[in-house]
Ligand binder design. Sequence first.
Ligand SMILES: [Zn+2]
Length: 173
Amino acid sequence: MVVQTKLDTIYQMRQSGATLDQVGSRFGITREGVRQILTKHYGSTRIQNLLTTTELARLTDCGYSYIVKLKRRGVIQPAIVIGHCRTLWKPETIATIILYIARHGCPMCHGSVPSNRQVYCSRECYLEAHRYKNQPEEAKKQHNERVKRWLAKNPERARQILQRKQARKCLTI
Ligand SMILES: [Zn+2]
């Protein structure tokens, strides 16, 4: 049995954005232990009923990178950003994204989205948007090899890209 004050602290730490690991290390319990305590006593490990970027992408059927793009364009604003790279969203953001797409068309081709589809106008655009994810493993491997070769050949460009990527990562994810 976990005493109430400890329980409160665990809950409050979590609600203010601490990771399960951070909460765990404070009390000398594992991440999994914290997950179990929160689930048992509070129903879930969720922070203020907010969604992670991955969840938002899955629920709106968008690619992760499209969510990042919408944030950069100011279409959607996160509820809270924790530390450098954790962004959480209100559930209402789902509606904002769906409305945005209805108004602006398919994210890939800007064509209108038929009522039986949520985000992309067609299976083709969906696959194009998730191209990397849907590639066979072999093609991914080849792609990664090509990227590695290019980076080795263009060290200066590679450095610039990496810098830009890191700067962006801290803003978005
Ligand atoms: Zn399209």
